[in-house]
Design a protein. Structure first.
Length: 223
């Protein structure tokens, strides 16, 4: 190989490397915009969820069905390992375990709960505005084929959350949401079998305590 040929070959290799560096998939803003387009166009969402909490030497895994409806309505029906319910009609949030003698209630605006921001999935907000420091989480392993992971800190939750990781697939569906708290604990939500615009009545987001159940006011609705 002549010296000129080597120079030409080296130039081709360097050019290819430069193009590969540029063609690295969507950036954080593009990925966030794809999620916005996917969820802002929905009226309702039904999904199967798995929630895993780790912290303080404990690990808890639960699962069930999630319903979200515009504007701001949300219902989490836990089925395993025990039945319980977290529901909001957009103004008031409730937590109740069937068979118990107490139910907890709080105005939604006062709620301190990691599940509550998810109701904005079917809103008109933009992830870019909801997450400070939005960026690609290149150091996090992507579990969804063709997916991407975003990182940021939810606005208004900086005193509790150190970061949130959002993993979406190539269609803009969120598959995994991870919230790391300042105390070192982690809550992970996995969303599967998502179905758009399934008919669901507003009454499914209202809760009326059974007779004999005491209602407690609490800003913390965790079990």
């Amino acid at each position: 190989m002549t010296r000129l040929s080597r120079y030409v070959l080296a130039a081709i290799v360097l050019a290819g490397a430069a193009l590969a560096a540029q063609d690295h998939g969507p950036d954080a803003r593009q990925a966030a915009a794809a999620i916005d387009v996917r969820y802002n166009g929905m009226r309702t969402l039904r999904a199967e969820f798995t929630e895993v909490y780790t912290g303080g030497g404990l690990r808890r895994s639960e699962s069930g069905t999630l319903w979200i409806k515009k504007p701001g309505k949300m219902r989490w029906d836990y089925s395993a390992p025990r039945k319980k319910m977290f529901v909001t009609d957009g103004a008031t949030a409730w937590f109740y375990v069937p068979g118990e003698r107490q139910a907890r209630r709080t105005p939604l605006k006062k709620l301190d709960d990691l599940r509550s921001p998810l109701r904005y999935l079917l809103g008109r907000t933009k992830l870019e505005k909801e997450l400070r420091g939005l960026s690609l989480a290149a150091d996090v392993r992507v579990e969804t084929p063709g997916g991407i992971v975003l990182r940021g800190v939810p606005v208004g939750m900086e005193d509790r959350i150190s970061q949130v990781l959002l993993e979406c697939d190539g269609q803009g569906f969120l598959r995994r949401i991870v919230m790391d708290e300042l105390d070192g604990s982690r809550t992970e939500f996995r969303l599967d079998n998502q179905r758009e615009n399934v008919a669901v009545s507003d009454s499914e987001f209202s809760f009326h305590p059974p007779d004999g159940v005491e209602v407690l006011q609490s800003n913390q609705l965790e079990p």
